[in-house]
Design a protein around this ligand. Structure first.
Ligand code: ADP
Length: 258
């Protein structure tokens, strides 16, 4: 469910949107966007009204994840989010091409993000999941400060390096009083589709131990799985494609804890 969460700072909210939850990572490529998309779908499956905002200006992947490539319509002064699998979706990738997005600077990133929050007709939502830009630079910090975030989910792989980045992510949100909802370990282990053997490619238990050390909840682990990647590439994330499968259950378990 979605209990009332503490609101520890005074950024702007979005009218009609009860909770804004950031999905963040200390560095790129750890599966932040995949996690954000599947968590949004898992929350939707719980009967919530859910939006997904792709704020990853450095590499928006939501258009690919959902096979959406049209431009949003303008209605009055607002853009209408696109829809897929019952989610309202807006991506910086609908507005600019990837090449342009690469050279954006902090202030431009910030104004684009503000626009996506305030000039999009989100309507009534229980939860807006924001796929944040990776890293812990100024753009992320400003976003965390200016927007009234109910909390942040940090995605990491079990590797030490990625965990060190995750620690920076946690520290950044704490600095601006955004509650850390917890840590998700992605690419946690590999399960052989042929024989079922489970291999801990990057070691195991690192994120759980780290979460404990940082005093943040450990939300769960998602394996490195061919189907997860293949479904993302095919424009229909695993939770939408196979809602009763083991992976959907894993994402569902994490969504329950938010
Ligand atoms: P980020 O948003 O952190 O940059 P992405 O979500 O775009 O990362 O994931 C990077 C790549 O890894 C993508 O090709 C994605 O399909 C793949 N991927 C992410 N999570 C998993 C997973 N659990 N199993 C298999 N592939 C994954």
């Amino acid at each position: 469910g979605t209990p009332q969460r503490p609101q520890g700072h005074s950024g702007a909210g979005v009218p009609g949107v009860r909770h804004i939850v950031a999905v963040a990572s200390g560095k790129g490529g750890v599966g932040k966007s995949t996690t954000a998309a599947n968590l949004a779908l898992a929350l939707k499956k719980q009967g919530l009204r859910v939006g997904l905002m792709d704020a990853d200006v450095y590499g928006p992947s939501v258009p690919t994840l959902f096979g959406l490539h049209s431009k949003p319509e303008i209605e009055g002064k607002q853009m209408k989010p696109l829809e897929a699998h019952g989610l309202k979706i807006m991506s910086i990738g609908f507005l600019v091409d990837a090449g342009t997005a690469m050279i954006w600077r902090g202030p431009m990133v910030m104004s684009a993000l503000t626009q996506m929050l305030t000039e999009v007709a989100w309507g009534e939502l229980d939860i807006l999941v924001v796929d944040m830009p990776p890293g812990t630079g100024d753009a992320q910090l400003t976003m965390a400060q200016r927007v009234k975030l109910s909390g942040a989910v940090i995605v990491s792989t079990p590797q030490d390096l990625a965990l060190a980045d995750a620690r920076r992510g946690v520290a950044m949100f704490r600095k601006v009083d955004v509650p850390i909802l917890g840590l998700v370990e992605n690419m946690s282990y590999y399960c052989c589709p042929e024989c079922g053997h489970r291999a801990d490619l990057f070691g195991h238990g690192g994120a759980r131990a780290e979460a404990q050390a940082m005093g943040t909840p450990f939300l769960g682990e998602i394996p490195l799985a061919v189907e997860i990647r293949a479904q993302s590439d095919a424009g229909s994330p695993i939770v939408a494609q196979d809602p009763e499968g083991a992976h959907a259950k894993a994402y569902g378990g994490i969504a329950e804890l938010l």
